[in-house]
Design a protein around this ligand. Structure first.
Ligand code: NAI
Ligand code: MG
Length: 472
C-alpha cells in the first residue's frame, strides 16, 4: 500500500486494493497540485476513501502522454494488434467481473445484479469494438477515368472523453471502445461522484498490454479538469455524456479553442405510451422497468407515461401494486432492484421535483418520500393526473419518479409525446401492428421501442410479445 492505493473490501469479493492515483502513461500518479477528494458510499453517506484529483496541469500531462503515444506508437500499431489488445481487455474484464461489479455497487449504489449486468455489457462492448478494429474500410470513387480517387479512414488523434456517474464503467466502455479500435488515444475523465471502478479498470488496461499513454484515466471535477479537456488546444475530439447545460458549455469550449470535433449525449424525458389494447400486465412490467431501472438515472428513462382512457384507472392501480413490489435497499442484497441515488445533490434535486409535483396538484399514487434515514434512498414514486405543463412532466428528473397522464386517441398522444425539448427515446405498447408502426414513425425520438422499454437484451420477466425497436 502507498498513498496511491488503499485497502478496501466489498461484501461479495472481500478485500481488494483500490488504486487512487491518476492513471497516466500506464502508471498511477499523484496530481501536480497533490489534491485529493473524498468518495462517498451513497448507501451509508460515509466516506469510502479519497482519490487524487486532476487539475488543469494534470490534464496537460495526460494529453501530452496521449499525443506522444498517438504519434510514437499507436498510429503505427496494426489494426489487428489493436483488436487483439481490446479482446484481451474484454477477457480481463470478464475474469474480474465480480470485482468490477462490486466496486460499482459500492461507489454508485446500483444493485449488484444490475452492476453485474453492466459489466457483462462492458465486456460485450469492448469485444465488439475489438472485432471492428481490422474491419474499417475506405472507398474508391469513380470521378474520372484518368484518376484514382479513394478515401482512407484515419484516426482523429487525441480524444478527450468526459463521462457521468450513472453507468461509470459502461459509459467508459462505450467511449473508449470505438476510439481505441479506430486508432485514437484517449484521456478520459470519470465523474467525480464515481471514480473508483475506472481506476480498477485502469489496472486491466495495463495488464492487457496497451502501450503507455494510449488510454489515460483521470479523476477530477468538471469545472477544472473537465473544462481543461474541453478547451485543450491539443485535444482533437471531445466526447461528453451528461447534462444539457454542460453539453452547451463543452460545445462552446470546443468552438472557442481549436474547433475540435464534439459528440454530445444529453438528457431525455421519454414518453411511454400505453394503448387500450396493450397486454396490460406486460406493459406494466416494462413501464416499471423503464422508469425504475438504475433508480431512474437513465437518459432514456420512460418518465412520461401516457395511458389511454379505457384502461387508465385499471393501469394506475396495477402499476401502483407493481411499483410497491420493487425491492429498494442494500445494493449488495441479491434481490435488491433499486439502491440509493448517487449523491446528496441528486437526492435533493429529485426531492425538489417531488415537492413541485405535490405543489402543482398532481396525485401521489405511491411513494413521494425518502426511504429510511440514512443513504440517498427514495421511494419509487408515481404521480398520476399530471398536466402537460407541470414541471414534473417537462423536466428531466433523473430519479425514481414518473408522471402519468390520460389520453383519448392516437392523434392526441402523438402531440403530447412530441411536446418536449428532448427526443432521445420513446415506447409504444399495443397489440395492433399498424398502430405500433404509425406511432413509432410519428414520435420524434432516436429510438422507439414497441412492447418493451430500454430493452437491450434484458427482460424484466420474460415477456412473450414480440419486441420491435425503430432507431434512426
Ligand atoms: P454534469 O453534466 O454536471 O456531469 C457530467 C460530467 O460532466 C461529469 O464528469 C462532470 O465532472 C463533467 N462536467 C461538469 N461540468 C463540466 C464543465 N463545465 N466542463 C467539462 N466537464 C464538466 O451532470 P450532473 O450534475 O452529474 O447531473 C445533472 C443532471 O444531468 C442529472 O440530473 C441528469 O438530468 C443529467 N445527466 C444525464 C446523464 C445522461 O446519461 N445523459 C448522465 C448524468 C447526468
Ligand atoms: Mg460514490
Amino acid at each position: 500500500m502507498s498513498n496511491l492505493s488503499v485497502e478496501l473490501k466489498t461484501p461479495i469479493t472481500g478485500p481488494y486494493t483500490q488504486p487512487t492515483g491518476l492513471f497516466i502513461n500506464n502508471e498511477f500518479v499523484e496530481g501536480v497540485e497533490k489534491k485529493t477528494f473524498e468518495v462517498i458510499n451513497p448507501s451509508t453517506e460515509e466516506v469510502i476513501c479519497s482519490v487524487h484529483e486532476a487539475t488543469e496541469k494534470d490534464v496537460d500531462i495526460a494529453v501530452a502522454a496521449a499525443r506522444k503515444a498517438f504519434d510514437g506508437v499507436w498510429r503505427r500499431t496494426t489494426p489487428q494488434k489493436r483488436g487483439i489488445l481490446l479482446l484481451k481487455l474484454a477477457d480481463l474484464c470478464e475474469k474480474n467481473l465480480d470485482l468490477l461489479a462490486a466496486v460499482e455497487s459500492l461507489d454508485n449504489g446500483k444493485s449488484i445484479t444490475m452492476a453485474r449486468g453492466d459489466v457483462g455489457a462492458v465486456v460485450g462492448c469492448i469485444r465488439y469494438y475489438g472485432g471492428w478494429a481490422d474491419k474499417v474500410e475506405g472507398k474508391t470513387i469513380d470521378v474520372n477515368p484518368d484518376m484514382f480517387h479513394y478515401t482512407r479512414r484515419e484516426p482523429i488523434g487525441v480524444c478527450g472523453q468526459i463521462i457521468p456517474w450513472n453507468f461509470p464503467l459502461l459509459m467508459l466502455a462505450w467511449k473508449i471502445g470505438p476510439a481505441l479500435a479506430t486508432g485514437n488515444t484517449v484521456v478520459l475523465k470519470t465523474a467525480e461522484q464515481t471514480p473508483l471502478s475506472g481506476l480498477v479498470f485502469a489496472q486491466l488496461v495495463k495488464e492487457a498490454g496497451f502501450p503507455p499513454g494510449v488510454l489515460n484515466i483521470i479523476s477530477g471535477f468538471g469545472k477544472t479538469a473537465g473544462a481543461a479537456l474541453a478547451s485543450h488546444m491539443d485535444v482533437d475530439k471531445i466526447a461528453f455524456t451528461g447534462s444539457t447545460p454542460v453539453g452547451r458549455t463543452i460545445m462552446k469550449a470546443a468552438a472557442s479553442s481549436n474547433l475540435k470535433k464534439v459528440t454530445l449525449e444529453l438528457g431525455g424525458k421519454s414518453p411511454n405510451i400505453v394503448f387500450n389494447d396493450a397486454d396490460i400486465e406486460e406493459a406494466i412490467s416494462w413501464v416499471n422497468y423503464g422508469i425504475y431501472y438504475n433508480h431512474g438515472q437513465c437518459c432514456c428513462a420512460g418518465s412520461r407515461i401516457y395511458v389511454q382512457e379505457g384502461i387508465y384507472d385499471k393501469f394506475v392501480a396495477a402499476f401502483k401494486k407493481r411499483a410497491e413490489e420493487n425491492k429498494v435497499g442494500d445494493p449488495f442484497h441479491p434481490e435488491t432492484f433499486q439502491g440509493p441515488q448517487v449523491s446528496q445533490l441528486q437526492f435533493d434535486r429529485i426531492m425538489g421535483y417531488i415537492e413541485s409535483g405535490k405543489k402543482d396538484g398532481a396525485t401521489v399514487v405511491t411513494g413521494g418520500e425518502r426511504l429510511g434515514d440514512k443513504g440517498y434512498f427514495i421511494q419509487p414514486t408515481i404521480f398520476a393526473d399530471v398536466r402537460q405543463d407541470m414541471k414534473i412532466m417537462q423536466e428531466e428528473i433523473f430519479g425514481p419518479v414518473c408522471a402519468i397522464a390520460k389520453f383519448k386517441d392516437e392523434e392526441e398522444v402523438i402531440h403530447l409525446g412530441n411536446d418536449t425539448e428532448y427526443g432521445l427515446a420513446a415506447s409504444v405498447h399495443t397489440k395492433d401492428l399498424n398502430t405500433a408502426i404509425r406511432v413509432a414513425n410519428k414520435i420524434r425520438a432516436g429510438t422507439v421501442w414497441v412492447n418493451c422499454k430500454s430493452n437491450k437484451d434484458a427482460n424484466p420477466k420474460t415477456p412473450s410479445l414480440p419486441h420491435l425497436s425503430r432507431a434512426h
